[in-house]
Design a protein around this ligand. Structure first.
Ligand SMILES: [Mn+2]
Length: 399
């Protein structure tokens, strides 16, 4: 049996996300009997209806292709979930990722797609696929906050099925890959005995072997963070469950170029000239789609000039027609105050006023020694603007 593993489509993250997911999914359907999606199909917890519309159309198309194939090949599917076993026909298996995860009591978009018959949600469940006497079993766990991952893994007690090619699909950071996330799980924490482990979440494709566990990271199909690590090929994996062979299939994507220029005690005009030279060089190499380009400016400026002394607006305008350009000033020694300000601004943008509001509310509740101060679900519901659900939650619990 051929199984395709893809991940992190991030529907809703601009036009590239849809176009590149479509390319990956169409190619995966033409090459595999079964498609497994390892989370973050969508970029947000509550995607816009326009985004859902596009995704539904794409998945319906993929489902039709795979179902037609299954009719010819005789592929049989069963889903074991919540203590019941059901016969299924949809050869697309999915879990939710960190971007789609919602708090207890709320419905996530993968559950919506599952109930619409477009995917089989295998979070805490098993999809068993039989093809001509050969069996593949896919089990999974959706993306949870890193600090709870081990706990959830242990609670569900995943076990491989007898006499099958067993795949465990999840959506977490692995300490072996990103040691900085100290609370994350390590390969040793993963359930034992599976033939293959497939992890979403990490956006670059890679195959690794940790302590005898074979782990595949399909990576994302779109660049969502302009980091050096995202400048690697995008695509999906196809695994042959009989030969156990795995092949990476690259897809066509908008080119992403990450480059750095380094300076020492440079004057602003020197910085601009060097950047222009580098950008010309990048632009010349590109043919076809407008590339995404990130140019990082490193090193130091003359006489400890502030980074604002380097005016890059003309450069941005000059190359705007030829590329989607981001210039990142990362000069050392420049105004520390300025950098701290920038960092603060960035933090404020991501956590937002909502986070500050929640912190204030919690503080007030603590002052009054209210037991609600510790109620994580209440805060999660408020953060998702689910005021009605929050009210219900308040009324349901007697304190
Ligand atoms: Mn992701």
């Amino acid at each position: 049996m051929k199984i395709a593993f893809a991940s992190d489509f991030h529907f809703g993250f601009g036009d590239d996300a849809l176009a590149q997911a479509a390319e990956a999914l169409r190619q995966a359907c033409s090459e595999a009997d079964l498609v497994v999606l390892a989370g973050d199909l969508f970029d947000s917890r509550v995607p816009k209806q326009e985004v859902v519309y596009d995704a539904v159309r794409l998945l319906s198309e993929a489902k039709a292709v795979l179902e037609a194939k299954a009719t010819v090949s005789g592929l049989k599917l069963r889903l074991l979930r919540d203590g019941t076993e059901t016969r299924q026909t949809v050869p697309i298996v999915a879990i939710y990722g960190t971007h789609e995860r919602r708090t207890k009591g709320l419905v996530n978009i993968i559950q919506v797609l599952d109930s619409a018959g477009l995917v089989l949600n295998c979070h805490a469940g098993v999809v068993a696929a039989d093809l001509n006497g050969e069996r593949v079993a896919i089990q999974g766990m959706g993306g949870v906050p890193e600090e709870y991952a081990k706990q959830v893994l242990d609670a569900i007690e995943f076990k491989p099925l007898p006499e099958s090619f067993d795949v465990f699909v999840f959506h977490q950071t692995l300490r072996e890959l990103i040691p900085a996330v100290a609370e994350g799980i390590a390969a040793a924490d993963l359930p034992k005995g599976f033939d293959l482990y497939v992890d979403g979440h990490i956006h670059w494709a890679r195959e690794l072997n940790e302590g005898g566990k074979r782990i595949l990271l399909p990576g994302s199909t779109v660049v969502t963070q302009m980091k050096k690590s995202e400048a690697s090929p995008k695509g999906f994996y196809v695994c042959d469950s009989l030969s156990k062979e795995v092949v990476f299939k690259e897809i066509r994507v908008r080119p992403f170029v990450y480059a750095e220029v380094e300076f020492k005690d440079a004057w602003p005009e020197e910085v601009i000239a060097a950047c222009r030279l580098k950008l010309e060089e990048i632009a010349l190499k590109q043919a076809g789609r407008k590339p995404l380009v990130k140019l990082k400016l490193k090193g130091s400026l003359a006489q400890r000039l502030s980074t604002s002394a380097v005016d890059l607006t003309a450069l941005e305008k000059e190359f705007g027609e030829r590329m989607l350009l981001t210039l990142d000033r990362d000069f050392e020694g420049a105004d520390l105050k300025e950098r701290i300000e920038a960092l603060r601004k960035k933090r404020g943008e991501t956590t937002g006023a909502r986070g500050a509001g929640a912190a204030l509310l919690r503080e007030r509740l603590k002052e009054r020694q209210s037991p609600w101060a510790e109620d994580e679900q209440l805060f999660a519901l408020l953060a998702e603007k689910e005021s009605e659900a929050a009210l219900k939650h308040l009324l349901a619990r007697e304190i």
